[in-house]
Design a protein around this ligand. Sequence first.
Ligand code: ADP
Ligand code: MG
Length: 351
Amino acid sequence: MGNLIQLLPDHIANQIAAGEVIQRPASAVKELLENATDAGATQIQLIVSEGGKSLIQVIDNGKGMSETDARMAFERHATSKIRQIDDLFRINTMGFRGEALASIAAVAQVELKTRREEDELGTRLEIENSKIIVQEPCACAVGTQISMKNLFFSVPARRNFLKNNAVEMRHIIDEFMRVALAFPGLAFSLTSNGQEVFHLEPGSHKQRIIQLLGNAYQTKLVSVNEETDYMNIKGLVGKPETARKTRGDQYFFVNNRFIKSAYLNHAVNTAFDNLLPKDSFPTYILYIELDSAQVDINVHPTKQEIKFEDEKIVYAFVQAAVKHALAQFSVAPSLDFSLNAGIQQLDARIQ
Ligand code: ADP
Ligand code: MG
């Protein structure tokens, strides 16, 4: 018998890799929106049809791509965001793995139009099964427009795993809200089946939160704001009356990245202590900032889980900051001056 091992062709390798990165329409939405923010866009439009199954389009006014970069962008491990391994520990962009566009091009029909400010004409590409089938110059606005049609058309087994349009749309809205909450200074819109669902003007964090979570929150939020040399935290927590029976509006952002963390969620819950009715979940939207060397974001393909260099300090800080906010606004029963001291001690311990 001869040798058995063969290298997989690119488009199959890409389809396999896509399994990790692009699980459903919402994962593609996340990747495309993040690329737009990484490109320095100030206006980002998201257009979807049929829960993203037939169309996902993102139009940005970011820096665009050269003709060569436009082609390169769809190769696996092609990224402009890191050059060497050390860069992994000081990442200030949402992306860095260079997998998203290659994955998308393996599982959908893609059209890209992109132009840089310095170029008179832009580039238009059509891609199918990871192959560029059309490339031509185009007259287009500065920035990038990318559309993906018929997600998983070449992988029916994956397509069959998708839920109905309403469910997939709910996931898309979740991803859209996470990115929109992370970047309140950017304008966003979301159009679904021809109808505008969100139209968000640039504003403060609080304005963006109210725009997205609803006016009812206007008087029901308490500001969190603490700074130390090690990390800052700002954002809002809902007064106890906004607590819900289901896990609702709970958001952590670390350096603008939405993350899931049961550990930090626990820190917030304990800060509320006995202010909450039993079995209810507090509302919070908290933005943590710390040196990017203090977090490892390369622990999960979709980067929703991260590792803190010193998670105990982050836990203590989040807990103290939320307690302090609740006490200051007299939401908590006693004005506890030691809380302030607690944060200063934390600051001292870090140094
Ligand atoms: P990553 O974001 O991890 O670098 P992607 O596959 O998402 O990988 O994108 C590959 C590259 O294509 C990016 O590094 C960037 O240089 C370029 N790119 C992708 N989307 C855009 C965009 N909307 N505007 C400008 N450049 C983009
Ligand atoms: Mg990306």
